[in-house]
Design a binder for this molecule. Structure first.
Ligand code: FES
Ligand SMILES: [Fe+2]
Length: 407
């Protein structure tokens, strides 16, 4: 059982909260869509861990990531002019470049050359991959940027989108790795899909098997199909917030999905989705275009007074949940738990083993971090993500070794 104290440790990410400190210090964070940063265009405000930042793109295409407040007297740099590959604050004209150097302090008459060098600008390393800008918010030397298989794919092979939700980040991670809801919550969608899961949807009782890895764990959700075979879905959990979801249909040229639950503050997260295909152009454009309607769903699906947008007429006509989108079903269930669910007041069952394991991994890591130990998932070996792919397929029987499924 998770205690109230553990729940606080797991969920709080603002200020000095150890979990937030650990996530910022040890892991890279997807922060904003690359496409929102236009070369020489307006800076974009980003909120992470309760702190405000701006991201911008220079005329020559580089990305800068800074604290939002101007180091002079705190005016928002979202208002700044994007000039000659640097931001110029509109208040007194201080000019700051991507590397955090203050280039000009026009209102300092005494000795501007010396003075400008004394100003410490809070800026952060940024890289781009899979249509997202990734930042590192720690102190000291940044670890290597993540080398997941989707990071270097072009826009035709990787598509990212995201939505801010009114829930704590951990609810997002837990939703992602909870395979046991799929055949129940999403049944109306599976019924019409060619998904092999549909064959197994008569069987909601998932048997889990796990493999702990340096980066997190692999969770095989095993379901007996009506023909006696076994449908296996192997989800990868990569510390601290990645869920890699196996393709809907088996085959190594299928689109894959990654979900990343990034803390905005204690009670909000951005749920990032990356749809990608390493073999060919992704099929997910249709899904991605539909994703453009998520933000519209966002307002309604987070309003309890409007039943989170649930449509009872749809339900009367056979739809299980009253929601037309799979992702909205996920969003609504997660948000309806409240901003920070009380994990000391749950009845976990055997289908919740992936959730229990997730909490155990996170608690162990944050407790190690608190006594200045490096958690295993932050070692250089564990940071090699290049071979990690979620997989799925059929086994002859539920007792066959799922680890032999090709990745
Ligand atoms: S507040 Fe930005 S230059 Fe003065
Ligand atoms: Fe789901």
């Amino acid at each position: 059982m998770t205690t109230k104290e553990e729940n606080e440790l797991l969920t709080r990410v603002e200020g000095d909260a150890p979990m937030g400190q650990m996530l910022r210090q040890l892991y890279w964070i997807p922060a904003v869509l690359s496409s929102r940063l236009e070369a020489g265009g307006a800076p974009v405000r980003v909120k992470l861990f309760g702190n405000r930042y701006v991201a911008y793109r220079t005329h020559d295409g580089r990305v800068g990531f800074l604290n939002e407040a101007c180091p002079h007297r705190g005016v928002s740099l979202a208002l700044a002019r994007n000039e000659d590959n640097a931001l110029r604050c509109i208040f007194h004209g201080w000019k700051i470049c991507v590397s955090g150097e203050v280039l000009e302090v026009p209102n300092e008459a005494a000795n501007p050359e010396c003075f400008r060098k004394t100003v410490n600008v809070k800026h952060y390393p940024a890289v781009e991959g899979a249509g997202l800008v990734w930042v590192w918010l720690g102190q000291g030397e940044a670890p290597a940027a993540p080398n997941f298989e989707w990071m270097n794919l072009g826009p035709e092979q990787a598509y990212a989108c995201g939505l801010e939700l009114d829930s704590n980040w951990l609810q997002g991670v837990e939703a992602t790795i909870d395979s046991s809801h799929i055949a129940l919550l999403h049944q109306s969608h599976l019924a019409h899909s060619k998904m092999d899961m549909a064959a197994a949807r008569v069987n909601n009782a998932v048997r889990y098997k796990f493999d702990d890895t340096p980066y997190g764990y692999r969770a095989a959700a095993l379901r007996e199909a009506p023909d006696g075979q076994c449908v296996a879905r192997v989800t990868e959990f990569v510390m601290p917030y990645y869920g890699l979801i196996p393709p809907i249909n088996t085959g190594d040229d299928q689109d894959r999905t990654v979900i990343i639950a990034v803390p905005v503050d204690d009670t909000h997260l951005i749920q990032w989705y990356i749809f990608y295909n390493t073999k060919r152009a992704t099929d997910s454009m249709k899904r991605a275009q539909r994703a453009n309607t998520w933000p519209m769903a966002g307002g309604i699906c987070q309003d309890p007074d409007r039943a989170w947008g649930q449509n009872r007429r749809l339900m009367a006509n056979g739809n299980h949940t009253g929601f037309t989108e799979i992702v909205v079903e996920d969003f609504v269930t997660q948000v309806s738990m409240g901003p920070i669910v009380d994990r000391s007041d749950e009845y976990l069952c055997s289908a919740d083993q992936a959730i229990i394991r997730l909490r155990r991994h996170l608690l162990k890591a944050v407790r190690q971090f608190m006594v200045n130990e490096l958690p295993p998932s932050a070692t250089p070996e564990a940071r090699d993500y290049s071979g990690i792919t979620a997989t799925g397929g059929r086994l002859k029987s539920i007792d066959d070794d799922w680890r032999h499924l090709p990745r």
